[in-house]
Design a binder for this molecule. Structure first.
Ligand code: HEM
Length: 208
């Protein structure tokens, strides 16, 4: 079992780390300038968004059991957990590269306090609010899941508004949304999550 866990962890970390430079390069074709932190901010934002999509999809898949048609419950749970870890790593990269960036020059306060920066304030604040909601969901999953399962479940529902907030943040603030392939990624993931949310709602009422 511990071997499976290790493999999946390594797999996600490797994929996330490989995607960062590849997306950075694809976004600009410029690998020499001092704008690297800016490219990494953009690439890590996209990686984080994609990981969030898989996290939501696997969560609904586990809860409604449709995922178990394809993979075992243990494998599904392990994947779900490590997607959360990989997402945290991508978000930390997004924030560190923003702080290192010399292009827009964000301060620590700009990055952590909503409605302070003058750079696209609403869209930037959506990212910051998303960050805090993400912290609540992650922290409650690590700490309260066994001790207070009801509270954990309620807090976990925050994932749905979290996805909407980060979708808006990424789609409208992102430099890379101008690429048709990135637009398509947002469109396809957005439609799938909308559909999954409706399915989850249907499952909720069917269970009652
Ligand atoms: C909490 C999780 C977060 C996720 C999943 C996320 C995701 C994203 C995504 C997908 C993009 C678009 C990248 C592109 O297409 O170029 C983006 C861009 C950006 N994010 Fe975040 N973000 C998060 C938090 C934050 C926070 C807390 C800040 C701090 C203020 C922030 C600041 C920015 C900025 C400035 C950009 C613009 C980069 C550009 O011009 O492309 N984000 N983010």
């Amino acid at each position: 079992m511990s071997k499976i866990i290790k493999n999946i962890f390594v797999w996600f970390m490797v994929v996330s780390c490989l995607l960062l430079p590849v997306l950075s390069y694809a976004a600009t074709g410029d690998t020499t300038s001092n704008l690297w932190p800016w490219y990494i901010t953009r690439a890590s934002g996209l990686v984080a968004y994609i990981l969030l999509f898989f996290l939501v999809a696997s969560g609904v898949g586990i809860k409604t059991s449709w995922l178990f048609k394809f993979i075992s419950p243990t494998f599904a749970w392990i994947n779900h957990r490590y997607l959360g870890i990989a997402l945290s790593a991508a978000v930390v990269t997004h924030l560190i590269s923003l702080l290192l960036d010399t292009y827009l020059k964000f301060s620590v306060i700009d990055v952590f306090v909503p409605f302070v920066s003058n750079y696209k304030p609403l869209l930037l604040s959506a990212g910051i609010i998303g960050l805090y909601i993400l912290l609540v969901v992650m922290f409650s999953s690590l700490v309260t899941i066994n001790k207070f399962p009801k509270a954990w479940r309620l807090l976990h529902y925050l994932t749905y508004p979290l996805f909407i907030i980060l979708f808006i943040h990424g789609y409208f603030i992102g430099t890379d949304t101008k690429f048709i392939i990135i637009k398509l990624i947002y469109l396809i993931t957005g439609v799938i999550v909308a559909w999954l949310s409706l399915y989850r709602l249907y499952f909720f009422y069917k269970q009652k």
